[in-house]
Design a binder for this molecule. Structure first.
Ligand SMILES: NC(=O)c1ccc[n+]([C@@H]2O[C@H](COP(=O)([O-])OP(=O)(O)OC[C@H]3O[C@@H](n4cnc5c(N)ncnc54)[C@H](OP(=O)(O)O)[C@@H]3O)[C@@H](O)[C@H]2O)c1
Length: 436
């Protein structure tokens, strides 16, 4: 039989323990697919005494994951610790220094240090596979890196955070408040004790930075992404969206425009009839638009031990199948040395439709004042409707849907309306995204 691929796993939490289990339970299938066995030879975590529901006897145990990456008798180091710095980063760097391939699920690490890691790996002729880092079990990295070679993507967008999608889905389906849905998500283990990272869009931004690099051949730059979270989405927004034929989703969008590459994370109105609007609960989805293909949409489980392990095991199997002597493809689908520092389009130049919800004093002339401010800023309206959903009799909700305009114009119009003193609450602005 061909020689086994020896694997060392750093981190034995939700994902790490599932990976060990899947590699064992699916050993025979993997042997048939890869033509050689895959053996876990070593593991590392913090607490050796913790019961992880897996038998660790016969495996080398390391308290220090970076030491394991340097010293274990392994061909591949699988980093499943998490975090942009500290032990996860040291482990990946030690693995590459020791000439071992890397598999990781760590979007935070790749968003912060992806280009440097890719350079080191490519110089050393090593693989860094990271399918699980974006959208969990959905095989989107491989699609962008390999299957779409020759295509020129124009837009990549998606639902990349299951916690936010779970909250928005329950708010819409059950009429619950944001706060109630968030505490349920925490109780069910979908949201962290400190949920800021998920609900304010940081997690989506990390994943979007990786997708942008793969799609457009640019450097990974998560800290430059425009970001708005979902914490100010109310029932009034959700109901108005539905009445107008839209559903609210937190999307990450990267798009090629005349003024550069736009990268943005924010609540978005998508048509109720679109495929992405049907992605509910903790599921994720990624849409890719290219010149050759039109639009492709992948959806499925974005998290969870088994689904994420599916992606990690697929990455390990790819290394098992790699033929000795063959040059490995670049980590981000374009040679790391050729990844471009890119011109990022400013958010002010974003062009699209807008949903604007104004809560106003119920007075004569308010409608006319709003329409005037829109006209002054060159914004043409698709619809303007008055809704009775405001909190008191003395207030009205006025909902505008604009034709394509720019972010800069909308901001100017909203500022002018705010100065006019007709509002009783802060204006809500939600961008409308074209989706099939
Ligand atoms: N969970 C998901 O659904 C999911 C989905 C996609 C991607 N990911 C990514 O997968 C990675 C792992 O996530 P997870 O949910 O499995 O995390 P987790 O359940 O918190 O597990 C983390 C593991 O890392 C170990 N660890 C932490 N610090 C360490 C250190 N300094 N040295 C050695 N080991 C250390 C922990 O050891 P102890 O067990 O001894 O404490 C634990 O076994 C993260 O990058 C995450 O973003 C997760």
């Amino acid at each position: 039989m061909a020689e086994a691929l020896r694997v060392a796993i750093a981190g034995l939490g939700t994902v790490g323990a599932s990976v060990v289990k899947v590699l064992r339970d699916h050993r025979a299938t993997l042997l048939r697919q890869c033509g050689r066995p895959i053996e876990v030879v070593a593991v590392a975590a913090r607490d050796r005494s913790r019961d992880r529901g897996i038998d660790l006897s016969g495996l080398d145990w390391f308290d220090d994951a970076a030491e394991m990456a340097a010293r274990a008798d392994a061909d591949v180091i699988v980093e499943l610790i998490g975090g942009a710095e500290g032990k996860a980063r040291q482990t990946v760097e030690a693995a590459l220094s020791a000439g071992r391939h890397v598999v990781t699920a760590n979007k935070a690490l790749l968003a912060a240090h992806g280009v440097a890691i890719a350079r080191r790996a490519e110089t050393a002729g090593l693989l860094v596979n990271f399918e699980a880092a974006v959208a969990g079990g959905i095989p989107v990295i491989k699609v962008l890196r390999e299957s779409l070679a020759g295509n020129t993507p124009s837009r990549v967008y998606g639902i990349l955070n299951g916690t936010c999608n779970y909250i928005l889905t329950r708010m819409e389906q059950e009429g619950l408040s944001f706060a109630d849905c968030l505490s349920d998500a925490q109780r069910l283990g979908y949201a962290e004790a400190d949920p800021t990272f998920d609900i304010e869009g940081h997690d989506t931004a990390h994943k979007l930075s990786i997708l942008t690099s793969l799609a457009f051949g640019t450097e990974v730059a998560a800290d430059r992404i425009y970001m708005e979270g979902i914490s100010n989405i109310s029932q009034a927004d959700i109901r108005a969206a539905n009445e107008l034929g839209y559903r609210i989703k937190l999307l990450g969008v990267a798009q090629r425009t005349d003024s550069g590459i736009e990268q943005r994370v924010h609540p978005t109105m998508v048509p109720l009839s679109s495929v992405i609007a049907q992605v509910h609960g903790v599921s994720n989805a990624v849409a890719i638009e290219t010149d050759l293909l039109g639009e492709l949409l992948l959806s499925g489980p974005g998290a969870g031990g088994r689904a994420t392990a599916s992606a990690v095991v697929g990455d390990i199997a790819d290394i098992a199948k790699a033929r000795p002597g063959f040059q490995h493809g670049p980590v981000f689908g374009h040679a790391a040395a050729a990844l471009q520092p890119y011109r990022q389009a400013e958010m002010r130049s974003h062009a699209g439709g807008y949903f604007i919800r104004l809560t106003v004093h119920d007075r004569v002339g308010v409608f006319a004042a709003i329409a005037r401010r829109m006209a002054e800023n060159g914004i043409s309206l698709e619809s303007i409707v008055q809704r009775a959903h405001a909190a008191t009799e003395a207030q009205k909700n006025v909902i505008l849907v604009t034709h394509e305009t720019t972010e800069a114009s909308v901001r100017l119009a909203v500022d002018a309306i705010t100065q006019d003193g007709i509002l009783t609450e802060k204006v809500q602005v939600i961008r409308i995204e074209r989706a099939n």
